[in-house]
Design a protein around this ligand. Sequence first.
Ligand code: NAD
Length: 499
Amino acid sequence: MNSNDSSTSLIMIFGATGDLAKRKLYPSLYHLYKKGKLADHFAVIGTARRPWSHEEFRENIKDSIHSFVGADEQIDDFSSHFYYQPHDVTDSDSYIQLKTLAEELDTKYSLQGNRIFYLAMAPEFFGTIADHLKADGLTDTTGFKRLVIEKPFGHDLESAEQLNAQIRQSFPEEEIYRIDHYLGKAMVQNIEVIRFANAFFEPLWNNRYISNIQITSSEKLGVEERARYYETSGALRDMVQNHMLQMLALLAMEPPIRLTTDEIRSEKVKVFRALRPIEGNEVNEYFVRGQYGPGTIDKNEVVGYRDEMNVDPDSQTETFVAGKLMIDNFRWAGVPFYIRTGKRMTTKSTKIVIQFKDIPMNLYNNNEQLQPNLLVIHIQPDEGITLHLNAKKSGQNMQTNPVKLNFSNEGSNGINTPEAYEKLLYDCLHGDATNFTHWDEVALSWKFVDKISEVWEQTNSEIPKYASGTMGPEEAEKLIENDGFFWWNLNDLDVENCD
Ligand code: NAD
């Protein structure tokens, strides 16, 4: 086991019995442990309301590893580092007990007072927990302190500002790690490398050569058990404010002068500052919303959003958003960035399509229409890059044939490709905040999104519907067709459909 880069820290998970902890956090910690990135000097305290013992908690950790990882080598050693503390987030006594346990474990595992506080709980508790951590002395320690916060960070700019102000009473900005798990995805991290480590993309990466960029994140699933949260959020707040705008920033930013957290973040912030604000009447010109009706997914009939459990039968919540975003700077003036995200769509896929402009003159016009060059970045479930080119058809004549050069990340890294949460936990243990969102990014993206939700919330007309199993309402097609483009069909672009 290589313990050179193994981490020394106490990790406190608030919401330890929850879905996120079970499905993502424990499997990720286990992977890090197996790779020697968490060796002897780590301990985890799980807190939640249930009155579990340490042993019961460890059994649950083992169950989670069985279910989501499968393998269970070293599982007893691994789970022996886990401790449980029943907890009420609003009660100071709970934090005092937690502090006592933290200090015991600090000594037992020689943790040097390093502490990560991971808030895997409903967002209404984020501020309260941060207050108590400081007031009840848990941040009073000699080592590093890092607060990891799940999304959503606020509901709009105003609530995000309030939450931020509250948290900043206890933690300075550099100790706050706001999770956007898309930033942990291998191919999202690869956007930067593709752009800045290849001589032939960067010279073309501008309004002279790119005609438009399309970012789609579609799900087949409906709202499932998340209706209570989703009814107050909708796709705009759930997906666009964070994940979609983060991908856009990585695609559009200038090359940073160095690959440091501050330099990268400052380039991303400049993109958000250059985003053309869409407000008032323009909202309906630039943005389309939709809500899924009944339809067919994988040959099964599914109900519409309004018939889902815990959804208001007259709900106006959007389960789909498409938008056209303009970045008003030298590099991108005139290039539309189209985004599209929704539930109950035809396919589960996150892809970015960079469409290059047509060449100035088609010498092969007599034969076939030349296809535009595309660079497709496959984010999930496939991971890879495809480059769409035109080549000569075999035979005597000079006809062209579209060909695809394909790189599949799965093929090269196999099953060892770390999951997003594993990467983000590793970064946090090492104090690397590059792939977490800075407050300035959060604030600017809320400012942009708020202008759209304000208009939608004041609109009396019925929200456009789309049948489950389709790619959204007709209006989304018109949005892009009005500019002379069309959405690329994601299934056609799939890695397995590449030559
Ligand atoms: P969950 O409802 O499954 O779990 C919530 C946890 O909080 C439970 O352990 C519960 O016991 C604990 N809890 C609730 N009230 C408490 C109280 N008063 N005192 C002490 N403990 C209390 O939620 P989840 O799905 O795990 O989500 C947690 C956070 O992560 C949320 O902010 C969510 O938006 C975010 N998130 C979740 C996912 C996911 O895949 N589940 C994905 C992205 C973000």
